[in-house]
Design a protein around this ligand. Structure first.
Ligand code: ADP
Ligand code: MG
Ligand code: ZN
Length: 482
């Protein structure tokens, strides 16, 4: 029998608000442990939470951008469990009355465009962080564990998809596009290494073409989309093996070991009743008034689709360029900032798609790490437009700028790459080339005009490619017809 995978994702996003979800402590990654804490996020007796309004604005942005409806009223629940990184003994979260429901995200995959349903988007708080002292950083072989409460109470949004995804590749594509959307929304830095964006993947198998749902397992806390894709493929293979040998998949959490590529069971999955959910008595219900939703909608940053449309319409860029440029918020911003200093959209686009992305790919750098600023690139393009350097030299200069962070002018001077546009200097070289090639001069004068190209080539060679070819062409013809 052929099986089809069914995948649903739960994504956690740390919001980049100034302060925590229920107290005034600063939100920031890392730092000296336990320096951004207070009675609320340390759960001292009697401390009371207060809802962070900006976090709710960001939450609403995400809900609206995912096409969700926002019920007028939602409430917070306590999700009870015991773990050292959870000082209150419960996490404030949302349960059966979440902030936003029933959305969708259109995802471009290898198999075309697919619609992934969004079940819910809700607000909660992040836990503190356990630090297991020991070489591996794992609890099993640590002597003791320390807890850093700096992260405790960071606003955390959970996005839950419907089980609408049917391959590991599509799951990765979904996550990439969701991340891009979140970056456009300006609600999170989405830094996966720092855990600002984390994902749990649920997966089950069913006979291809059928409608029901099989028993699922859950891969926890994957913080790389590439690993998630591999882990899913591995888990799918494991489930198929079980089913084909007549066994039953057990509902549980599994661990994917990135190093060995192996899946191992972690623990049996909790049920909702294990958490003894009950409404948080210290917080008022969240009432999303029409005015509030309007305020958030009108303050929404420009989304990728709108930007793409603007690039097509106002800048007349081809569809392919538009797709590449808007595929990440960072690249689109870089593009627009370069345009502010150098007003040729297609040329800038070519340089970003060719030279910049080429360099980043080859070196494994991210755009944020790139040493060339948009203004720096614009300066280089301007030098090329003014004929101060050739297009080929430009590429060499750019790559050196990326390596060293030097400015275009510095590199050009240091490497002697400036283009020779001085007529006197060129005239001397041309005179020499003409004198050395009398046969070609005869040919030209007999009417074979294309021989001019030969002379241009000789001049370029003699100057190490630095002569301004347009000017040389003009001067050579002048000289030969004198
Ligand atoms: P749980 O209560 O176990 O957390 P939920 O119903 O909240 O399960 O769903 C969690 C995630 O798992 C959602 O993304 C959902 O789409 C997905 N999911 C639910 N059932 C299945 C299934 N049988 N196979 C794959 N994914 C599933
Ligand atoms: Mg769940
Ligand atoms: Zn605090």
């Amino acid at each position: 029998m052929a099986y089809e995978p069914v995948i649903g994702l739960e994504i956690h996003v740390e919001l980049s608000t100034a302060s925590k979800m229920f107290c005034g402590c600063r939100v920031e990654f890392g730092g000296t442990p336990n320096t951004r804490v207070c009675p609320v996020c340390m759960a001292h007796p009697g401390a009371l939470p207060v809802i962070n309004r900006q976090a709710i604005r960001y939450l609403a942005r995400i809900g609206l951008a995912l096409g969700c409806s926002i019920p007028e009223r939602s409430i917070f629940h306590r999700k009870n469990y015991f773990y050292p990184d959870l000082p209150k003994g419960y996490q404030i979260s949302q349960y059966d009355q979440p902030f936003a429901v029933d959305g969708r995200l259109e995802v471009t995959t290898q198999d075309g465009i697919q619609d992934v349903g969004i079940e819910r988007v809700h607000m909660e708080e992040d836990t503190a962080k356990n630090i297991h002292a020991g070489e591996s950083g794992r609890i099993a072989d640590s002597l003791y564990s320390l807890i850093d409460f700096n992260r405790s109470g960071t606003p955390l949004v959970e996005i839950v998809t419907r089980p609408d995804i049917h391959s590991p590749q599509a799951a990765r594509a979904f996550l990439n596009q969701l991340k891009n959307l979140l970056q456009y929304l300006d609600v999170s830095d989405c830094n996966m290494e720092e855990g600002s964006l984390r994902c749990d993947a649920n997966v089950s198998m069913r006979p291809a073409g059928s409608e029901g749902l099989g028993v699922k397992t859950e891969l926890k806390n994957m913080n790389s989309f590439k690993h998630l894709e591999k882990g899913l493929a591995q888990e799918i293979a494991r489930q198929v093996d079980i089913l084909e040998s007549g066994g039953d998949v057990v509902q549980q959490t599994v661990h994917y070991d990135v190093g060995s590529g192996l899946i191992s069971p972690l623990r049996s999955k909790e049920e909702a009743h294990d958490y003894r959910y009950f409404p948080e008595p210290d917080l008022v219900p969240l009432v999303a008034t029409g005015d509030f939703v309007d305020e958030v909608s009108s303050g929404m940053p420009e989304l990728p689709a709108a930007r793409a449309e603007r690039y097509r319409r106002e800048l007349s860029l081809p569809a392919y360029d538009v797709e590449v440029l808007t595929s990440s918020r960072g690249l689109a911003d870089y593009f627009e900032e370069t345009l502010e200093h150098f007003n040729d959209a297609k040329l800038v686009s070519n340089w970003l798609m060719g030279e910049l992305l080429g360099y980043l790919n080859a070196t494994g750098q991210s755009l944020a790490e790139c040493k060339v600023s948009p203004a720096g690139l614009a300066e280089l393009l301007t030098m090329m437009r003014e004929g101060k350097i050739s297009a080929n030299a430009g590429k060499e200069v750019f790559s050196e700028m990326c390596d060293s962070g030097a400015a275009a002018l510095e590199v050009v001077e240091e490497r002697g790459l400036s283009q020779i546009s001085d007529e006197g200097e060129l005239a001397a070289v041309i005179a020499e080339v003409i004198e050395d090639n009398p046969a070609q001069v005869e040919q030209f004068r007999a009417g074979k005009e294309q021989v001019a190209g030969f002379f241009v080539g000789q001049v370029m060679k003699a100057t190490g490619g630095r002569a301004n070819p347009k000017l040389v062409n003009q001067l050579v013809r002048q000289r030969l017809t004198e």
